[in-house]
Write a protein that binds this ligand. Structure first.
Ligand code: PEP
Length: 258
């Protein structure tokens, strides 16, 4: 089974209206037609989803957000529902990012409710999992991944997994300049795929894309995405400049017969 690669950019709380528009316009001009081998997604902050969507219109680049609520609507000041994101043109939402988990205290249980609501709203979900440095050093990586997967996907049945993309993001590699080695990435991705096979079935495991995230740069992107179980990249810092992000997209093009 050939899985289409995905390269997704997480702007986090960066860029402003003009810089975001320019980045999207540049990306759109380079990604006019859909590429059979690579899907490209950008995830700006909420206030810039509209301007990003306009700049991406007519291109093959898809729009995502960085978070959404576990509630559908109502008195939840400061929250943004998945339905609102779909309404303004989002196709994707990142959930369970390590910054949401560690800084904002999101639990697997909360994340699973967000996943449920996002899927119900028709969004695709980029579900992030990954271990802390101390957890890797004490050989707990696989146990942590198992726990996060089981908790974050609790109640999500196999029929809904076709809209879920997993992002393996070792926390020690996010924004640090440290990258997992190709062997570390492949090993974790293979473990996640086997988890999917055990929890769901082999068809789901083979079809589900598992992205790597953590200091992906033009220099290391290709080697990571060449790993058989690495189906693309979730990119933070290097997605903020066209000159960094485009080469990562380019690296994905041409892989897997694309
Ligand atoms: C991220 O935040 O998802 C990420 C991978 O960041 P960076 O590429 O900057 O490590």
């Amino acid at each position: 089974m050939t899985r289409q690669l995905m390269v997704a950019g997480n702007w986090k709380m960066n860029l402003d209206r003009n810089a975001g528009r320019a980045l999207c316009a540049g990306l759109a001009s380079q990604c006019r037609a859909a590429h059979p081998g690579v899907q490209v997604v950008v995830c700006p902050p909420f206030p810039y989803l509209g301007v990003a969507g306009e700049a991406l219109a007519g291109s093959a680049v898809e729009l995502g957000a960085q978070n959404s609520s576990n509630e559908v609507s109502g008195a939840f000041t400061g929250e943004v529902s998945a339905g609102m994101l779909a309404d303004v043109g989002c196709q994707w939402v990142i959930l369970g990012h390590s910054e949401r988990r560690t800084i904002f205290g999101e639990t697997d249980e909360l994340i699973s409710r967000k996943v449920d609501k996002a899927l119900a709203a028709g969004l695709g979900v980029l579900l992030c999992v990954g271990e802390l440095l101390a957890e890797r050093q004490s050989n707990q990586t696989e146990a942590v991944l198992d726990r996060q997967m089981a908790g974050s996907l609790a109640g999500i049945d196999a029929s809904r997994l076709n809209k879920v993309v997993i992002a393996y993001e070792p926390v020690w590699a996010i924004g640090t300049g440290l990258t997992a080695s190709t062997e570390q990435a492949q090993s974790a991705h293979k473990h996640l795929r086997e988890w999917l096979a055990a929890r769901y079935n082999r068809t789901v495991a083979d079809a589900t894309r598992i992205l790597y995230g953590g200091s992906v740069k033009p220099q290391n992107a290709r080697a990571l995405m060449e790993q058989p179980d690495v189906d693309g990249a979730l990119v933070g810092g290097a997605c903020l400049k066209l000159d960094d992000f485009l080469p990562i997209v380019e690296a994905a093009r041409g892989l897997r017969g694309a």
